[in-house]
Write a protein that binds this ligand. Sequence first.
Ligand code: NAD
Length: 451
Amino acid sequence: MTILSYNPADPEDLVTEAEAPGAEAVRAAVGRARAAQAGWLAGGAAARSAALTRIAEAVEAHADELTALIVREVGKPLAEARGEVTRTAAIWRYYAQAPYAPSGAVHEPAAGEGLLLTRRRPYGVAGLITPWNFPLAIPAWKAAPALAVGNAVVLKPAPEATACALRLAELAGLPEDVFTVLPGGAEEGEALVGAADVVSFTGSTGVGRAVVRAATERGIPVQAELGGLNAALVLPDADIEQAAAHLAAAIAGYAGQKCTATSRVIAVGTAYEPLRAALVMALGLVDDAACGPVISSAARDRLTGAVDSARAAGATVLTGGSVPERAGWYVEPTLLADVPADHPLRREEFFGPIAVLLPAADLDEAVALANDTPHSLATSVHSRSLDVALAAADRLDAGMIRINAPSSGVDFHLPFGGAKGASHGDREQGQAVLDFYTASRTVSVLPAGGA
Ligand code: NAD
């Protein structure tokens, strides 16, 4: 199979063409990575730390080139692409300290002499499968901690983000077979899950569930970050203008193609009317430079089809709803009201610049509406009352709760993940993920010649 990655803003522009190597080649790459891993681990903490620092420096030195490549390959708005490159360098720098983190603890024996200790050791080869929407940051936030604690890495990027991932591996310049990027699709992904020692996946819910099943069947650790159907709760005491600006960014920034994008806006009580007006205005101000195209013509058609079917089911289009007259796979930022509860736009992730506006009589109803989904990754709460916002936060089924901020936004040094069906296994990012990429051993040391 040949992988073709096109520029979403200019579908005539073929960004990269690569041969998918097939399942056997993936297994061979994992074998080579396994052989290389021992040397990578034995090289020691200082060498791993220095290598990860050099990757951060290489990303910074090539920031303009990488920014342009992200814009071209996945259609990300320039400012967001620049931000992603900065974040990617920061992620490598942050995990460059991880080789020096404690790898265990010392305990007292229950009785008698001796020493009890725990020590965390890498699994071997981390198999990483990534989506296209953060084509450098997601590969980095998986590969950096996996490498820091002494694993080798085989990464299979999304076909739509092949060029970005290949360039990252080139710039990384690690010893041969320590960090391999293999282009490919489902066949290569399945083969990687079938051969690696630990698997981390980010992508859509359906594929992620299959990956979790396959890894669990093999008895290897697996973590999966999946799609979200994220809500925003706007209370009557919110700063409505600020909330509308945050929501417009969370709905339409990067064309809503973030797992943390807002797709359901829940207005409580008297917030509904002013929020409706302010949000329609704010979405109207989101230009192509902030929204950008969606990833493919199929994605664009799925989005316009969903709007049409919602209209047919009685929904009102408050703003947007069509495709601008221009080249590229663009969809207007769109807000709908009166969408029936069973319509797919209220039940499934569509990954586009589209949201539904829902009224709630009070906070209880708003929380119930927000929680009425199996895919809660991030929820935002907009209120001037910290007490109310924190109380709401405690009742929301979401992995990430953002108060007076857009739902889309991630701090790489804190644990990241969803609630219910949006996430499986240990959290990503922060220090917590170092445990995911290592297995704990308990070592009992007794005096030689003792009783
Ligand atoms: P996708 O599920 O189509 O693909 C993800 C990866 O899985 C790709 O590398 C793909 O080639 C690979 N793959 C496909 N079939 C496979 C199989 N059978 N076995 C193994 N691997 C296989 O997702 P996408 O379209 O690339 O990305 C968009 C999705 O990612 C959205 O649902 C979004 O919410 C989600 N996402 C989630 C997070 C998060 O942290 N929760 C972050 C970013 C994106």
